[in-house]
Design a protein around this ligand. Structure first.
Ligand code: ZN
Length: 259
């Protein structure tokens, strides 16, 4: 009996463990927040400190995923991604009335820029903004409708069944076995010129970049294929660059809001 109970507990754990709660995994969002922290100017640091009541960007970076388990926040679920065809331009598609990650980012910025917003609104939408600028840099958050951004593409990761979306959310990063602080120091080194360009790219460019990478990812995976070391090292640098760009852009947006 006891043995059976343990087995059911293990399967229950796996059900939760395999849920779609983690996006960019917790580590990915923390890395982006950590990089952003380093690029913030003093004004932004002060304002954010007040709005988050002394909490760090890192500590709130997964808030938008955490609230998914509370039905009260169901309307925010479509705000984490945008699905479109691989050749679509975001500026030309029919927008999802329930929102998408681009609308979510613009809306959160609007709330933070509005002097009439209450402190509660500011706190809530700042936490969302920190998270969604992370999500939009995960290439498969700009994936196709038909497979829900790779969620319906079954693959194996080091022999274990998973899906392509989850490989990119967390499994490549987790297999690297670095903490968010270690990983945030293990990213590509960019020139000042490159950093300035990244800071000033429009949100449509962020979408386009994720879309081009997701195109490559889709073209490179045969359903049920077993992904492992070879795949990880093929894409690790590209993934790291997405984290770095996400962090730089998050800081740049926050510096503008709180200038
Ligand atoms: Zn998310």
């Amino acid at each position: 009996m006891k043995f059976k109970l343990i087995i059911s507990l293990i399967s229950l754990f796996n059900v939760f463990n395999n849920s779609e709660i983690n996006e960019w995994g917790q580590t990915g969002h923390r890395v982006i927040a950590q990089i952003a922290q380093e690029y913030l100017n003093e004004n932004a640091k002060d304002s954010i400190n007040k709005i988050l009541n002394g909490k760090s960007l890192v500590s709130v970076s997964n808030f938008a995923d955490e609230i998914k388990s509370d039905r009260k926040y169901d309307k925010y679920k479509p705000w984490h991604y945008v699905n479109m065809n691989l050749d679509d331009n975001y500026g030309e598609i029919v927008l999802n009335k329930k929102g998408d990650v681009v609308q979510a980012i613009n809306y959160s910025i609007k709330i933070l820029n509005n002097k009439k917003s209450s402190i509660n609104e500011r706190t809530f939408y700042l936490k969302l903004l920190i998270h969604f600028i992370g999500d939009i840099h995960q290439p498969l958050h700009v994936g196709r409708f038909e497979d829900r951004g790779g969620n319906d593409i079954k693959v194996k990761w080091f022999g274990k069944t998973t899906n392509l979306h989850r490989v990119w959310d967390s499994q490549i990063i987790d297999s690297h076995q670095m903490s968010y602080t270690e990983l945030s120091k293990d990213l590509p080194i960019l020139t000042l010129r490159e950093i300035n360009k990244i800071k000033n790219d429009s949100i449509l460019i962020w979408v386009k970049e994720s879309q081009s990478l997701s195109k490559l990812i889709y073209s490179d995976v045969i359903s049920e294929s077993n992904l492992g070391f070879h795949y990880k090292y093929k894409y690790l640098d590209k993934l790291k660059l997405r984290l770095l760009k996400g962090g730089i852009r998050l800081a740049s947006i926050l510096n503008k809001i709180f200038s």
